[in-house]
Design a protein around this ligand. Structure first.
Ligand code: UFG
Length: 327
C-alpha cells in the first residue's frame, strides 16, 4: 500500500512527503522536476513524469497498479496568475489536462481517494470580510478557473464511479517546516521581499491606498507545515467508506495580515532595514482576502498552529539556508 504524491518534489508537496515518510508510510512521488527538486523527497521513490504529457495516463496507471497505490495527493500544476492570463490554453492543458489523466488512471486502476490542491483563487474577489466555502466562486483569471474546474471534475467522478475526494483551497502559503524545504520560487510576497533585501534593494509595496487600516492589501497567511498537516487530516477523512459531508475546505487561519505587517515582521525577525518603496497597485489584487476556517476545523479536526511571526521566521531561516532559487 502506498500514497502517490504528484508534484511531491515541489515546495508544498515535499512537506507532505516528509510528514508521510516520518509516519512510516510508503510514498511514491511523480514529478516532472520542472520546478521541484529530487533531493527534497528523502527515500520516497521518484517517477519522473509530466502528468499532462503524452502517454501520462498509461504511465500513471502502471505506477498505481505496481505500487498498490491507495490514495493520490495531487499538487502538480502551473500556479502563476499573470502567466495564466497570458497563456490560458497552456494552463488548461497542464492543470485540467493533467488532472484528467490522473483521474482516468485512478478510475482504471481502482484508486478511489484523492486530495487536490485547490486555491483561494477560485473565489475571485468575494465581497465579504471572511470567505466561507459557500461564497460564490467567481475566479478572475484562468489559473483560478482551472482550479474550480478541477473541483467540478472530481465531483463528476464521485457521481460516476465513487471517487472520494477533498479539495483544499489554499490561502497565502509561506514559511518552511524545515530549513531545507523553503519556497524556492521568487513569486510571492515573502520570497520577493527576501530577494530584494538580498540584492540590497528595498522591498516593494504594490499600493498603499487600499481601503484597509494601513492602506496595504490584507491576506490570510498560512504556514506551509500547517498546510501539509491539513493534507494528512484530509487523508484520514477519506479513509473508510463513510459518507463525505463536505468536499472543499479553506486552509487558512482566519486572521489577516497586511503587506506592511509582513514586511515589518521580516524586519523584526531578520534585523534588516526593510524600509519599502511604494509602487503602483498591481492589477487584480483584492484589498482583502481572509478565510473562515470553521469548516476545516469542524470536519477535518484541523487548525493552524502557526501565526505570522512563525511563518516569517521560518521563511527567513530557510532563505539563509539557501540558495535554491527558481523562477
Ligand atoms: N506584494 C507586494 N510586494 C511584493 C509582492 C507582493 O506588495 O513584492 C503584495 C501583492 O500586491 C498582494 C500581496 O502582497 O497584495 C500578496 O501577494 P502574493 O503575490 O504573495 O499573493 P496573492 O495574494 O496575490 O496570490 C495568492 C497566491 C495565488 C492565488 C491568489 C488568489 O499566490 O496563487 O493568492 O487566491 F491565485
Amino acid at each position: 500500500m502506498s500514497t502517490l504524491v504528484i508534484g511531491g518534489a515541489g515546495y508544498i508537496g515535499a512537506h507532505v512527503v516528509r510528514l508521510l515518510l516520518d509516519r512510516g508510510e510508503d510514498v511514491v512521488v511523480v514529478d516532472d522536476l520542472s520546478t521541484g527538486a529530487a533531493d527534497r523527497i528523502g527515500e520516497a521513490t521518484l517517477v519522473e513524469l509530466d502528468v499532462a504529457g503524452p502517454g501520462a495516463q498509461e504511465s500513471l496507471e502502471k505506477v498505481m497498479r505496481e505500487r498498490d497505490v491507495t490514495a493520490v495527493i495531487h499538487f502538480a500544476a502551473k500556479k502563476q496568475v499573470g502567466e495564466s492570463v497570458a497563456r490560458p490554453t497552456w494552463y488548461y492543458l497542464n492543470n485540467v489536462g493533467g488532472l484528467a489523466n490522473v483521474l482516468a488512471a485512478m478510475e482504471a486502476s481502482g484508486v478511489t481517494r484523492m486530495i487536490f490542491s485547490s486555491s483561494a483563487a477560485v473565489y475571485g474577489m468575494p465581497p465579504v470580510e471572511l470567505v466561507t466555502e459557500d461564497v460564490d466562486c467567481r475566479p478572475i483569471n484562468p489559473y483560478g478557473e482551472t482550479k474550480l474546474i478541477g473541483e467540478w471534475m472530481m465531483a463528476d467522478c464521485e457521481r460516476a464511479w465513487g471517487l472520494r475526494w477533498a479539495g483544499l483551497r489554499y490561502f497565502n502559503v509561506a514559511g518552511s517546516g524545515w530549513p531545507d524545504l523553503g519556497d524556492p520560487a521568487v513569486l510571492n510576497l515573502v520570497p520577493m521581499v527576501l530577494d530584494r533585501l538580498e540584492r540590497g534593494d528595498r522591498p516593494k509595496i504594490f499600493g498603499d491606498d487600499y481601503p484597509t487600516p494601513d492602506g496595504t492589501c490584507i491576506r490570510d497567511y498560512i504556514h506551509v507545515l500547517d498546510l501539509a498537516h491539513a493534507h494528512l487530516a484530509a487523508a484520514n477523512y477519506l479513509e473508510g467508506d463513510g459518507a463525505l459531508i463536505e468536499h472543499v475546505f479553506n486552509v487558512a487561519t482566519g486572521e489577516g495580515a497586511s503587506v506592511r505587517q509582513v514586511i515589518d515582521t521580516l524586519g523584526a525577525v531578520s534585523g534588516l532595514d526593510v524600509t519599502p518603496d511604494i509602487e503602483a497597485r498591481r492589477p487584480g489584487d483584492p484589498p482583502r482576502l481572509v478565510a473562515a476556517p470553521d469548516r476545516i476545523n469542524a470536519v477535518l479536526g484541523w487548525k493552524a498552529e502557526h501565526r505570522l511571526e512563525d511563518i516569517i521566521r521560518s521563511a527567513w531561516e530557510a532563505w539563509q539556508a539557501g540558495p535554491r532559487r527558481i523562477g
